[in-house]
Structure formats: structure tokens, C-alpha cells
Design a protein around this ligand. Structure first.
Ligand code: FDA
Length: 503
């Protein structure tokens, strides 16, 4: 393909990317988005866009020959994963030595696969993590703007209290209360009105049909239905799916030249595309953006990138764990796949934990309660790039997750003591494991705000080059991160459009 010029290119279509594309388009800037995953808008042979969680097919996974679900076993049996054909499926598990990172692939990025939990961090912790950002402005303007545009909504409490679909959450709440722990309702972008109509049998089921990590066919207001839909409606935004950006160089006139590999959904190469632009926004996520910049620095196409690129990475203190319940304390075979409650012990100075009460939407009674704990782990990892193999690495060892496991253990030991219960050891792969500390859902950092970039995401050393996604956040935010990523992108792009972009 020939060399096409566009004023602005956005790499990726996740949260940061979607915010930038919409705001650039509203400012009148023609914007091209390049996304390595496919568009998820047409039904497959079975009539659904996404495959379900219990019988996953090729649509589930990003070029794997076997699915790699986080809860891989049940009673140690490998009953969850299935062999599939390699395909541009929606969920990827990127494996580094000490840590696997789950990410979404497709137009909408992580919003296609995530649990939709839309949590504004508590202000005191936001101020601790990003002290250079004006928190007043964030909490008055950008968090509300992000919440509105993302269509964040809350569950009806009366319905929550009586529906069978959230029995598992009520059981966990009671057990937490016995240990003196409080819970909070967690807002979501899944339309809870739709979910109630699912329960009433009025609309097709998604959250109530175990759908989540391989995509929701109904109900979830993912980015393709919010920010990206609005961006496309301006007529100024073009999205090219199945384009993986590999190289970035700066030309003498100051414009950027991007190289991208286009494939079909089965991975067959369709050719290398070259696109040039004036303003380049990187929204490929913590892994994707950091990889692009490290490769550019190490191969000499952007040699003046700062040494801070690749540093300050963390998994948001993620640890999963599960408890076994007594036979007289079932959680119910019917579980909404969209979480609604979290155990909030963040004010515990010894071991701050915010633990989402997660469903096990297996369609049968599991006698287990599952949790995703978000802890305050101070350990940080560093990305590496090996020129010889063109591979992104992550320096992160398993023992760096020990502080996170310790914090989660101190909380759930309390819950177990108060209820006379034990951990489950059979859910996280082979062996005896009660804490899953080898994977995460919340990769953060790699191009940290104020270090690799200025205070608005402008990459140091280069004009008109921006980081707009989760790589800006230094490894931890204390809650599920996408609302923060979105709000920070809203803040940064407003400044960048006002100061850097002339139409
Ligand atoms: P994001 O990862 O969303 O998007 C990056 C996009 O860039 C992807 O579409 C990717 O394919 C594309 N890309 C990467 N490299 C590229 C390249 N070289 N060329 C072209 N395109 C490229 N958070 C939360 O707040 N609440 C929740 O409930 C959950 N739950 C959850 C569950 C699961 C299973 C996962 C995997 C994650 C979550 N998360 C979550 C995390 C949340 O989804 C995540 O923090 C955000 O999606 C990150 O947003 P970004 O904008 O940083 O990138």
C-alpha cells in the first residue's frame, strides 16, 4: 500500500485511544485509528457476535490453539479450556516469565472483555499516585465527564437484595461482615436495566448467561457503543482493524511515519501499510504502547526517547483467591457474570485491600466464593526489548507479588476464621494453589506521566507524540482502572488540543 498522510493517528481503540479520537474529531481533526484486533459487530455462524464462556471457540482467544482461562481447573480437572483454531479472538493472555497479562483485542480494546466495573478511585489515593495532577480538576470535571460518556450506572439495591443472580455476592457480604469487613456497591457500564429484563425473560441473556471475558453479546456498554460510536458519528474518524503497528519513525519534516502489518482474521498477511501523520497518539495499552516506544528507541528510529520508557510497571496489586463454603451456605447455580459488590478494606493501614466479589458463572453450584483483590503492592517491574528477537520482556519476578499475596491473605484469613472456612486450592491450575499471583487484568505503567512524558502525556524528546492510555499510571490505582484511564485521557487531550493542535 502507498504512503497515506493523515493529520492525526491514534494507535489502539481502548479507553485512552477512544477518548482522544472523539475529542480530536470534535475539534475538527481528521483522525485514523489503527487497531490490531478485529471489529466485533457481525454475528458468527451461531448468530452471536461473541462465543460464550462455557463452550469457547476460536473467537475467544488471540491466536492460541487452546483457550487460557484464568480459572483453568475445577477440582483440579482441566474442564475449562478447549482446543481451538488460531484466530484473531477477543482475549489475549500475554506471557512473561513471572507474570501473564490478560488484555482485550479488537475495536474497543479491554472494554470488550472486562467486567465493566467502573470505579472512581478514592481521591486521597489518586493524589498519592499522581501528585502532580490537579485532583480538584479531576474530581470536578474529568471523572464526571468520563463516567457520563462511559454510561456508568448503578444496580437497583432492592433488586440486588432479592434476585437469585446476586446470591453469591450477598453470601460473601455476610461472611465479610462476620469478620468486621464492609462492602460497597460497585458501579458498572453493563446496563443494569437490561440485566433486570434478562432476569424477567424479556430480552436475550448475556450477563445472566455467563458471558464476560470472551465478550458480552448484550447489555454491556463497551467503547464501541459509547466513545467510539460517538467518534464515528462525527464523520472525522476512520478505524482500520486488523492493522498491527510495528514501527514508528520521525521524518526530517517532523512528521511521523508508521509501519503496520495488515492481516485477515486468521492471521494471513495482507501487506505492510505505511501511514504518516503530524500528531501521533499511542493508546495501545500498557504493553502495546511501551513495546512500540521501546522498539523505536532500541532500533534507533526514535533514538532520543528517554530512559524512563519501560519503567514503573505494576499489576495494580492484582491477586485472585477463592474460599470454600460450607454445604449449608450455597452461592447458587445462577450467578450474574457482572460483579456488583466489593469488600472495601482500603483504609486498613497494615494491608489495604479492595476485593471485588467475583462470580463463578459455571451454571452449577460450586461451593466457592471467588475474589479479585486489588492491593497496594509497591513493587514495580521494567519492560525490556530484545532487538535480536524483536521481543518485549518484563522484568517481574513471582516474589514481587508477595506483598500483594500477603495483603490478600491477611484479609481472607480473617474471613475464613470468622466463618470456619478454608481456601479453595483446586481452581488456579495444577498443584495446591490458593492464590493466583501469576496473572493480572490491570497492567499499568511503562510510560509514566511526569517521567517518560510531561504532565499531559507528551513524550519527552519528541514533539507531537503522545501516550494516552494505562501506561501513564505508575503501576497502581487502588481500584479497577478504566475510569481513571478515561478521565486522565479526557484531561490530557483537552490541553493537547488547546495548545498543540491547530486545524
Ligand atoms: P486497552 O488495552 O483497553 O486497549 C489497547 C488496544 O490497543 C487493544 O485493542 C489492542 O489490541 C490494541 N493494540 C495493542 N498494540 C497494538 C499495535 N501495535 N497496533 C495496533 N493496535 C494495538 N478494568 C476496570 O476498570 N474494570 C473491570 O471490571 C475490569 N475487568 C477486566 C477484566 C479482564 C478480563 C481484563 C483483561 C481487563 C479488565 N479490566 C478492568 C482492565 C481494563 O480493561 C484495562 O485497564 C483497560 O482496557 C486499559 O485501557 P487502555 O486504554 O490502556 O488500553
Amino acid at each position: 500500500g502507498g504512503d497515506a498522510f493523515v493529520p492525526a493517528v491514534v494507535v489502539g481503540t481502548g479507553y485512552g485511544a477512544a477518548v482522544c479520537a472523539l475529542r480530536l474529531a470534535e475539534a475538527g481533526v481528521e483522525t485514523l485509528m489503527l487497531e490490531m484486533g478485529r471489529r466485533w459487530d457481525g454475528p458468527g455462524a451461531d448468530g452471536s457476535v461473541f462465543c460464550g464462556m462455557l463452550r469457547p471457540d476460536e473467537r475467544s482467544s488471540w491466536f492460541k490453539s487452546r483457550t487460557e482461562a484464568p480459572l483453568s481447573t475445577f477440582l483440579w480437572l482441566d474442564v475449562v479450556n478447549r482446543n481451538i483454531r488460531p484466530y484473531a479472538g477477543v482475549l489475549d493472555r500475554v506471557r512473561f516469565d513471572g507474570m501473564s497479562v490478560y488484555v482485550g483485542r479488537g475495536v474497543g480494546g479491554g472494554s470488550l472483555v472486562n467486567g465493566g466495573m467502573a470505579v472512581t478511585p478514592r481521591r486521597s489515593y489518586f493524589e498519592e499516585v499522581l501528585p502532580q495532577v490537579d485532583a480538584g480538576e479531576m474530581y470536578e470535571r474529568y471523572f464526571p465527564r468520563a463516567n457520563a460518556a462511559l454510561r456508568v450506572n448503578r444496580i437497583d439495591k432492592a433488586w440486588f437484595e432479592q434476585t437469585e443472580w446476586y446470591k453469591y455476592a450477598r453470601v460473601s457480604r455476610t461472611q465479610a461482615a462476620r469478620a468486621g469487613l464492609g462492602t460497597v456497591f460497585v458501579p458498572n457500564v453493563y446496563d443494569f436495566g437490561h440485566m433486570r429484563r434478562e432476569a424477567a425473560g424479556e430480552v436475550p441473556r448475556s450477563a445472566l448467561a455467563t458471558e464476560v471475558i470472551y465478550g458480552n453479546n448484550h447489555g454491556k456498554m463497551s467503547l464501541d457503543k459509547t466513545y467510539l460510536a460517538a467518534a464515528l458519528r462525527t464523520g472525522k474518524v476512520t478505524i482500520r482493524p486488523l492493522h498491527r503497528v510495528t514501527t514508528i519513525e520521525r521524518r526530517r519534516d517532523g512528521t511521523y511515519l508508521l509501519g503496520a502489518e495488515e492481516t485477515d482474521a486468521h492471521g494471513a498477511p495482507l501487506g505492510r501499510r505505511e501511514i504518516s501523520c503530524t500528531h501521533l497518539f499511542l493508546g495501545a495499552g500498557s504493553l502495546g504502547t511501551t513495546e512500540l516506544l521501546l522498539r523505536a528507541r532500541e532500533t534507533g528510529t526514535l533514538p532520543d526517547l528517554p530512559p524512563e520508557i519501560g519503567t514503573g510497571w505494576g499489576p495494580n496489586g492484582n491477586v485472585m483467591t477463592a474460599r470454600a463454603n460450607h454445604l449449608w451456605n450455597p452461592t447458587g447455580p445462577h450467578q450474574s457474570s457482572i460483579p456488583a459488590l466489593g469488600i472495601d478494606d482500603w483504609d486498613n493501614p497494615a494491608a489495604p485491600v479492595f476485593a471485588e466479589i467475583a462470580p463463578i458463572p459455571a451454571g452449577l453450584e460450586t461451593w466457592a466464593s471467588l475474589y479479585l483483590a486489588i492491593t497496594k503492592n509497591p513493587e514495580r517491574g521494567t519492560f525490556t526489548y530484545d532487538k535480536a528477537t524483536d521481543r518485549l520482556g518484563l522484568r517481574w519476578t513471582r516474589d514481587q507479588n508477595a506483598p500483594a499475596v500477603r495483603a490478600a491473605k491477611s484479609l481472607f484469613d480473617r474471613v475464613n476464621r470468622a466463618n470456619g472456612t478454608m481456601y479453595r486450592y483446586d481452581l488456579f491450575g495444577g498443584g495446591l494453589r490458593n492464590f493466583a499471583d501469576d496473572f493480572c487484568y490491570h497492567p499499568l505503567g511503562g510510560c509514566v506521566l511526569g517521567r517518560a512524558t510531561d504532565l499531559h502525556g507528551r513524550v519527552r524528546g519528541y514533539r507531537n507524540l503522545y501516550v494516552v492510555d494505562g501506561s501513564l499510571i505508575p503501576g497502581s490505582i487502588g481500584v479497577n482502572p478504566f475510569v481513571t484511564i478515561t478521565a486522565l485521557a479526557e484531561r490530557n487531550i483537552e490541553r493537547v488540543i488547546a495548545q498543540d493542535v491547530t486545524v
